[in-house]
Structure formats: C-alpha cells, structure tokens
Design a protein around this ligand. Structure first.
Ligand code: APR
Length: 316
C-alpha cells in the first residue's frame, strides 16, 4: 500500500516561513505549502527551494501559494503571518496589527485544515495563540505556541559559551510568557547533569539570564529591519517533528492550562509532552519560591496582554 507524504502548511512566507520550509525539506518531514498574502513571494521561494532538491537529495513537493485551498489536507500548520519587530519595539507593540492578521489566518485554517496540529509563532505569542484557538475553536491539544524551545535554546547557548562546553551538554528550560519577563528556570539548568550554579557564580548567572530575556531584542537591534528567524524556525520545526513522528518529547511550549501550575484558562509556556495527539500532557515540575514568584509575575503580564488584545478587537 502506498504511504503518502505528510503535509506541512506554513502560513506566512517571510523570513521564518522560508527558513522553516528549508528545514522541513532537509529533514524530509513531508510536502510543504508556503502560504502568503504577497503574491509571488511564496511561489518564488518555493521554486528556489525545489531547485535545491537534487543537490540535497529530498523528494518533497514544495508549493508557494496565496490560496487557502492549497492547505487542504495539512497535517501541521505553522503560523508566522504578521509583522515583525523593528528596533525599539517590544513584542507587545505588534498586538493590534497581528491580532487582525491572526483572526483572518485562523479562519482560513478552521475552514481548510480543520484537522491540522497548529503551531503559532506570530508575536506577541501568548496573545496570538490564545486568539488562534478561540477563532479556530480547535481542542486545546491541537493549538500550541512556540516560545520556550527558542528561549531555552538561547539560555543553553549562552551557558555553553560561558563554560566552553558543548551545547548538547547543557540542559535548561525557560518558562512563562514570551516577553521580557520570561522565566529562565535556573533549577533546571545543568551542565553534564551537574547544576549550573556549581560552575558559574550567581551574579554572573543573573546577567546571563537577563541576556536571555532580552535576546530577541538584541537581534532586532542588530538586524534593524526585522527579528530573529533561524532559531525561531528551528524551534517550531522541532515541535512539528515531535508531532509528526509521535516522539512523546518533553518540550517547553505555550499550552492552554486548566488548573496545572495553578493557572486557569490561559496559554502559558510550561513543559509539555508532544506526540501524535498534539499536546498530550502538561508536565508539572517543581519551581523554587523565587522562580514561582517570577512565574506569577509573568502570568499577570500575559493576562494583561490578552485583556489589551480583547479591547483592540472590540474596537475593530
Ligand atoms: N496571511 C498570510 N501571510 C501574511 C498575512 C496574512 N494575512 N499578513 C502578513 N503576512 C506575511 C507577510 O507578507 C510576510 O511575508 O507574513 C510574513 C511575515 O514575515 P516576516 O515579515 O519576514 O517576519 P518573520 O521574521 O517571518 O516573523 C513573523 O513571527 O517571531 C514572530 O515577531 C515575529 O510576528 C513575527 C512573526
């Protein structure tokens, strides 16, 4: 019996969308549809990527489109549609514009890819993933936000650099909202299984963790015309991979909480189990009193952000 390839729809064909298309092809995850509202952009990127196939040795079909009909049958939709930050902007400054875009994209996904596992990347992430779930009406395990894998990867990168160790020897998680008050969880940070504070003094860890919180902004101020895209693309594709390959991988993601961590009815980044049912379980880990207090502070910021989004949408 023929086994057909899986289908990944990338909604938004800009910097992150194009990079994800490349990664999906190189990792042989399935066929890729790159969707954008700017006619020519997704088609051009798709053709360019296809022409790398003989060199790289992948057989995926890559299609660029401006028509939602082409996402029919998608197993996964990854959403980056929206505008990116410019220097001086916080993620929250994108709220009004991206809320309107997220509403229309979510309607498109609801109509044309009702069975897809949806990964949202568009910022401000915690509000956008909330809106996506609300508009699609999909079950909570089917809609998730990418935030923690990227933030944790930044934490691991900086610790590995500091100690001149392989990034693969460093484990760490960043939880909470995807804003400047995200929570690098020091008690989860280990180097070769040994707690990080055995190697780096507390004051230096404070500095590194502050750099993690501001890492996206550091890149925006260097790029000047947009925001980070290689690492965000890698992070989201890792989530798609865990779903498509039923990996049962524990990854920090923005998931809808209903009582876990004492949080009720809100998207927030926590460790979750990702497999073929999407978010299969929320994993509860112990936090120190200091981490819990930072977690709660970040939560009130996310709740304020969602409230601000509701006011913007009510005025529209
Ligand atoms: N439907 C589909 N695509 C859209 C829509 C829409 N309604 N509106 C805008 N787009 C497209 C733009 O045409 C652009 O090609 O979204 C794409 C966004 O790409 P970039 O501007 O290159 O931004 P990118 O770096 O990919 O980031 C996208 O992810 O990390 C977040 O903060 C970032 O919100 C931003 C998003």
């Amino acid at each position: 019996m023929a086994i057909s390839r899986r289908k990944i729809a990338l909604i938004g064909g800009g910097n992150i969308g194009g990079t994800m298309a490349h990664l999906c092809a190189l990792k042989k995850l399935g066929d890729v549809v790159l969707f954008d509202v700017v006619d020519g952009l997704p088609q051009g990127k798709a053709l360019d990527l296809l022409q790398s196939a003989p060199v790289e040795g992948f057989d995926a079909n890559i299609v660029g489109t401006t028509r939602y009909e082409d996402i029919v049958g998608a197993d996964v939709c990854i959403v980056t549609a929206g505008i990116a930050r410019k220097p001086g902007m916080s993620r929250d400054d994108l709220l009004g514009t991206n809320a309107r875009i997220m509403t229309s994209v979510s309607q498109g996904i609801r109509e044309y890819a009702p069975n897809a596992f949806v990964i949202v990347i568009t910022n401000p992430l915690d509000a956008m993933v909330t809106l996506c779930r609300r508009v699609t009406g999909f079950p909570k395990n089917q809609v998730v936000g990418q935030s923690g894998i990227l933030d944790s990867s930044r934490y691991r990168t900086f610790i590995a650099q500091e100690l001149n160790r392989s990034v693969e020897s460093v484990t760490a998680m960043v939880l909470g909202g995807h804003g400047d008050d995200m929570v690098p969880v020091r008690s989860t940070c280990q180097v070769g299984g040994v707690p990080v504070d055995r190697f780096i003094p507390s004051e230096r860890l404070d500095e590194i963790e502050q750099r993690v919180r501001m890492a996206g902004g550091e890149i925006v101020s260097l790029l000047k015309t947009g925001s980070a895209f290689y690492a965000p693309a890698s992070a989201a594709v890792r989530m798609a991979e865990a779903y498509l390959q039923d990996k049962k991988e524990v990854l920090p993601c923005a998931a809808y909480l209903e009582g876990e961590y004492g949080v009720q009815g809100c998207y927030f980044c926590v460790p979750v189990l990702l497999g073929s049912d999407g978010v299969e379980k929320v994993i509860e880990i112990d936090l120190t009193a200091e981490e819990k207090s930072a977690f709660d502070q970040s939560l009130s910021h996310v709740q304020e952000l969602v409230g601000a989004m509701d006011r913007v949408l009510a005025q529209a």
